[in-house]
Design a protein around this ligand. Structure first.
Ligand code: ADP
Ligand code: GLC
Length: 513
């Protein structure tokens, strides 16, 4: 009897999956994403990749997905050529009416992208700031984006079922939705807020409420007030119908004092509506078999091309052309979050005690840039550092390296380790957030794992783990090959996670009803 029910859980999940797919086919949803950056048009990090890949996957599944982002001055001419301005100005109701223009770009897969043009607010060289720091009117700039998302719907005569907003830059959308759209066509629309990074919350002084056209009563500790100022993210967390964090571990971590950056109590309060959904990756853009940026294509079971990619990377970076030396890579924003200051401390020690090569691509804090440049200067032929942003080099590093380092202090999800797994470049990561959820630690007795994990963010832990990787590379090449195969066989496509978001949207709509 029991045996007959042995397959029950699988049958149950298959039935749920079938019901969900049927639901999407029968009742496609209308979703408006509000975000500050979107790949490939304008990007500083994984947020842009995530929203682009999720939107495309939802579109493929039949949902009507549209994305609104600012028309940043840094968007390249080649994208501007594909846009068309929509007729008439858009009135954005921030207290008084402000005027904007909308440019539409329809991607080949059907995704509609709207660029919100406002010369004074967005026609700048940076997205969030410039060499002098963050723009001092960021509160006004992103309140405008949020209010623009609400007013866009009337302009388009298109009512989304769900507003899906990302991070503090779009966190006022749920607030506006509650304040101004309680009655009327948007009264049934729900909001979902995805938390990509709790470190940045969007602070302003109280006057931002009147600039944004929001009522003064929101200046309360159970709304937008925090530490005597206004906190956008806190408002979003209070007012969103559902909240998602970008990995299950991060959804737990942000409820603690260490991970919540001062908002852990609000997240515990909203805990019943908070879910962790692991990001996927765009498997077309990040595919070593078809990647146009790399020296030779390769795939699981045919890794010849990866050796060519390594030789090509060594050559173009001025490293010694040695196929058998382990090559380590880093691609990152050079910020406190990424733990690269501790890697800097460990580097001289690593270089003194191991035969290895190192490539870094990144930009950010000038002191870190300087430290890495200095390491490269004193280790010619072994270390290459490129300070800047370079999409093509990022692909070549993923393909050409043997190992990829991410010693993050915290990492909500992390996409680079997922790209690395797909490119057979074994990740060496600190066990935190999404890194813990996606990389399986190497166990030499069981010959298992897809990478290397360590717990403490110390130079000695990094040195020890890099040493463990080098030792395995030289002494257990068959284990390394098996790990590469396991890593490349992992499925981090958006299919499953997009389904979870669909579920989250339905859940938000039920809550709103
Ligand atoms: P985060 O969003 O915190 O920066 P992720 O790992 O989620 O971290 O995503 C980082 C994304 O940004 C990846 O696509 C990575 O390749 C890209 N990236 C970061 N820095 C650079 C750079 N200097 N040049 C090119 N791409 C970069
Ligand atoms: C943030 C996080 C990163 C995550 C990305 C996309 O920038 O720092 O861990 O992968 O958002 O969700």
């Amino acid at each position: 009897m029991l045996a007959e029910f042995g397959n029950f859980p699988m049958m149950f999940y298959a039935a749920v999956d079938f019901r969900n797919r049927l639901c999407t086919k029968l009742f496609p949803m209308k979703i408006l994403m509000a975000v500050s950056e979107l790949a490939p048009y304008v990007k500083t990090g994984g947020l842009a990749d995530m929203v682009s890949a999720l939107s495309r996957e939802l579109c493929r599944g039949g949902d009507d997905v549209r994305v609104l982002l600012p028309f940043h001055g840094s968007i390249a001419e080649r994208w501007r050529r594909d846009m068309r301005p929509l007729e008439g100005p858009l009135a954005v109701h921030m207290g008084e009416e402000r005027w904007a223009r909308i440019h539409e770009l329809i991607e080949p897969g059907g995704l509609r992208v709207y660029f919100l043009e406002h010369h004074r607010l967005f026609e700048r060289s940076g997205i969030y700031g410039d060499c002098y720091g963050a723009y001092c009117d960021n509160g006004e700039r992103f309140a405008f984006l949020c209010r623009g998302a609400i007013d866009l719907t009337d302009f388009l005569h298109w009512i989304p079922d769900v507003f899906h907003c990302h991070d503090w830059m779009a966190a006022l959308v749920p607030v506006y939705l509650e304040m101004v759209a309680r009655h009327g066509p948007l009264s049934h629309s729900a909001s979902v807020l995805t938390l990509h990074n709790m470190e940045h919350q969007g602070y302003g002084d109280r006057s931002i409420l009147s600039t944004a056209g929001l009522p003064q009563w929101l200046f309360r500790s159970d709304a937008l007030e925090a530490c005597g100022g206004v906190n956008f993210l806190k408002g979003g967390i209070y007012f969103a119908n559902k909240i998602a964090a970008v990995s299950p571990s991060y959804a737990d971590e942000i409820r603690s004092a260490e991970g919540g950056f001062g908002l852990d109590h609000v997240l515990r309060f909203r805990g019943g509506d908070l879910v962790g959904i692991l990001n996927g990756i765009d498997t077309e853009l990040w595919n070593p078999a078809t990647d146009p940026h790399i020296a030779a294509p390769y795939a699981l079971g045919n890794l010849g091309g990866k050796k060519i990619c390594k030789a090509d990377l060594q050559k173009s970076c001025g490293l010694a052309q040695r196929p058998n030396v382990p090559l380590f890579g880093v691609i990152a924003r050079l910020q406190w979050q990424k733990g690269l200051d501790v890697l800097c401390d460990a580097m001289p020690w690593i270089l003194d005690s191991m035969d290895m090569q190192f490539v870094l691509l990144g930009t950010g804090q000038w002191n870190l840039e300087e430290r890495f440049r200095a390491i490269a200067r004193s280790n010619p032929g072994r270390v290459f550092v490129h300070i800047g942003y370079d999409e093509e080099l990022a692909h070549r590093i993923e393909a050409g390296c043997d190992f990829f380092l991410m010693p993050s202090r915290f990492e909500p999800c992390g996409l680079n380790q997922l790209y690395s797994l797909r490119y057979g470049t074994l990740p060496i990561v600190r066990s935190t957030g999404g890194l813990r959820d996606t990389v399986k630690n190497y166990d030499n007795s069981a010959d298992s794992g897809t990478g290397f994990l360590f717990n403490d963010l110390t130079a000695s832990a990094i040195h020890g783990t890099v040493g463990w990787a080098c030792h395995s590379y030289h002494n257990r090449p068959e284990h390394i090959s098996a790990m590469i195969s396991r890593a490349m066989a992992e499925d981090f496509s958006w299919k499953a996670s997009a389904e979870r978001y669909r579920h989250c949207y339905r859940w938000a709509l039920e809550k709103k009803a």
